[in-house]
Design a protein around this ligand. Structure first.
Ligand code: NAD
Length: 408
C-alpha cells in the first residue's frame, strides 16, 4: 500500500499558431521533456512482490496458436498478462527474455518454457531463427519500447507493444517504419478496446444515448511512492517520459477520443510539481488539459501521481450522461447511463480484455484482420501528449491539425 492507502495495483483494480519549433525555442524545449535518454538500456530486475506462478505448466495450444516471446518479466507481465494467455484461443507463451537469470529460470520452469527459448537481453538476436516464436510482446519500461520493438522487427517477429507506445512521436514513427520494412504487424496493447463496458460505451455514444456530447471529464490518479522496482523507473524521465500522463492519463486521453469519435482542434494544459519533492525532480506530479473538439464538445483530462486514487470517465450530453467509475481498471468496471430514468450496465466480464486483445492480434497475424489499436493510434496519442506538454510549457492554447500535429 502506498501513501493514502491507495496502491498502484489498487488504482487499476478497483490560442493558436504555435509551432512545435517555436515552443521549443521559447520554453527551453518542451519536446525534450518527452525524449528518452540514449544511455537507457534493458537491465534485469528482481522478481516483483506477490507473484503467483502456475503450479503446473499451461496445457499445449492448438497447432495454429501463435507463440509469443515475453520481453520484460515485471509486474504487469507476470501478474496480469502471462496468466491470461491460458484464456486466449490461439496465443501462447513460447519464449522469455529477461536480464535476471534466476528469475528467468524460475518463470521458465513454471511456464514449461524450454531452456533454449530463455533469452537474455544480450542473446535476444538469437531469437530470429526460432520458428516457435512468431510474435514478441514488449512489457519493458516505456522508454525502452522503441528500441526493443525495432529489435524484434529486425528479428523478423510481429510486435505487440505496451502503452504508451514510446516517449515521443519521432520514436513512434521509427517503430512504424521498422514494422513496414520488416513486413510485420504492430499493435499497441490498449486493452480497453477489448473490454465489454468500454466497447458498450463506444456504441452508446455512437448512437447518441446521451444526446449530443458536450462535456467529458476524465481522471486517473494515485499517490506513487518509488519503493519497488516497478515504481523506481516511473520517476526516471528517460524511462517514463513526463510521468502520470503517459502511464495513467493515457486511459483518459483514449476515452476522450473513442467516446467523442473526434480529434481535438485545440488543447490548453498545465503541469505541476510540488517543490522539493524528490519523486518529482524529473517528472510531473500532475497534468491537466482542456480539449476543444470541432463539434463544440469540451474534454477536461486530469491525471496525478500525487493524489488519492481515481479512475473515472464522465461523458455528458444534451439529454443524459454516461458515468464510468471505475472506467478502465483490470476488473470491477461500473457504468451507468443517466438518461431516461437511468440504467446500470453489466456489459460483461472486464477480465476478458486481456485474452481478447491477444486473440485479436493473432487474427491480424493469421487472417490479416485490421488491427483495432495499430501503431498509428499510438503515434496519434504521443502527438497529443506532446501537444499537452507544449501547451503547458508555453502557457497558451495549442491549435492542432486533424492528425494531432501542432498547427503551424
Ligand atoms: P515493471 O517495472 O514491473 O516491469 C518492467 C520489467 O522490465 C522489469 O521487471 C524488468 O524485468 C524489465 N526491465 C528491463 N530493463 C529495465 C530497466 N532499465 N529498468 C527497470 N526495469 C527494466 O513495470 P510494469 O508495471 O510491468 O510496466 C511495464 C510496461 O507495461 C510499461 O510500459 C507500462 O506502461 C505497461 N503497463 C501496462 C498496463 C496495462 O494495463 N496495459 C499496466 C501496467 C503496465
Amino acid at each position: 500500500m502506498i501513501g493514502d492507502g491507495v496502491s498502484r495495483r489498487g488504482f487499476l483494480e478497483v490560442g493558436g499558431g504555435v509551432t512545435a519549433a517555436s515552443l521549443a525555442l521559447t520554453t527551453g524545449s518542451a519536446a525534450a521533456l518527452v525524449q528518452s535518454g540514449a544511455a537507457v538500456r534493458a537491465l534485469g530486475q528482481e522478481m516483483p512482490n506477490d507473484v503467483e506462478l502456475p503450479a503446473a505448466p499451461p496445457r499445449k495450444k492448438r497447432a495454429d496458436s501463435v507463440g509469443f516471446a515475453i520481453v520484460g518479466l515485471g509486474d504487469y507481465a507476470l501478474k496480469q498478462m502471462m496468466p491470461r494467455f491460458v484464456q486466449a484461443e490461439r496465443a501462447h507463451v513460447a519464449a522469455l527474455v529477461s536480464g535476471n537469470p534466476e528469475k528467468l529460470n524460475r518463470v521458465g520452469d513454471a511456464y514449461g518454457i524450454p531452456r533454449n527459448a530463455r533469452y537474455s537481453y544480450e542473446t535476444f538476436a538469437n531469437i530470429a531463427p526460432d520458428k516457435q516464436v512468431e510474435a514478441v510482446y514488449i512489457v519493458l519500461p516505456s522508454g525502452l519500447h522503441a528500441e526493443w520493438t525495432t529489435r524484434a522487427f529486425a528479428a523478423g517477429k510481429h510486435v505487440l507493444c505496451e502503452k504508451p507506445m514510446a516517449l515521443s512521436s519521432a520514436e513512434c514513427e521509427r517503430m512504424i517504419a521498422a514494422g513496414r520494412r520488416a513486413n510485420r504487424k504492430l499493435m499497441i496493447a490498449y486493452r480497453s478496446h477489448f473490454e465489454p463496458h468500454n466497447l458498450q460505451a463506444m456504441e452508446l455514444m455512437a448512437r447518441g444515448a446521451a444526446g449530443q456530447l458536450r462535456l467529458l471529464r476524465t481522471e486517473q490518479s494515485y499517490r506513487m511512492s518509488p519503493t519497488s522496482p516497478s515504481e523506481n523507473w516511473r520517476v526516471n524521465r528517460a524511462l517514463t517520459g513526463g510521468g502520470a500522463l503517459e502511464d495513467l492519463g493515457i486511459y483518459g486521453l483514449q476515452a476522450a477520443l473513442y467516446l467523442t469519435r473526434e480529434m481535438p482542434e485545440s488543447i490548453s494544459a498545465t503541469t505541476f510539481r510540488p517543490a522539493g519533492d524528490p519523486r518529482f525532480s524529473e517528472i510531473f506530479a500532475q497534468v491537466s488539459s482542456q480539449w476543444r473538439f470541432p463539434s463544440g464538445a469540451v474534454a477536461q483530462l486530469a491525471t496525478s501521481y500525487d493524489s488519492s486514487g481515481a479512475n473515472f470517465v464522465h461523458a455528458r450530453g444534451t439529454t443524459g450522461a454516461l458515468i464510468m467509475d471505475p472506467a478502465t481498471n483490470y476488473s470491477g468496471q461500473k457504468m451507468t447511463l443517466e438518461a431516461g430514468g437511468g440504467r446500470e450496465f453489466q456489459s460483461g466480464d472486464p477480465t476478458v480484455q486481456f485474452a481478447r486483445q491477444l486473440d485479436h492480434f493473432v487474427d491480424a497475424i493469421r487472417e490479416g484482420v485490421r488491427i483495432r489499436t495499430p501503431g498509428e493510434m499510438g503515434l496519434r496519442d504521443l502527438r497529443l501528449i506532446e501537444a499537452i506538454y507544449a501547451s503547458a510549457a508555453a502557457g497558451r492554447t495549442v491549435r492542432l491539425n486533424p492528425d494531432a500535429t501542432i498547427r503551424s
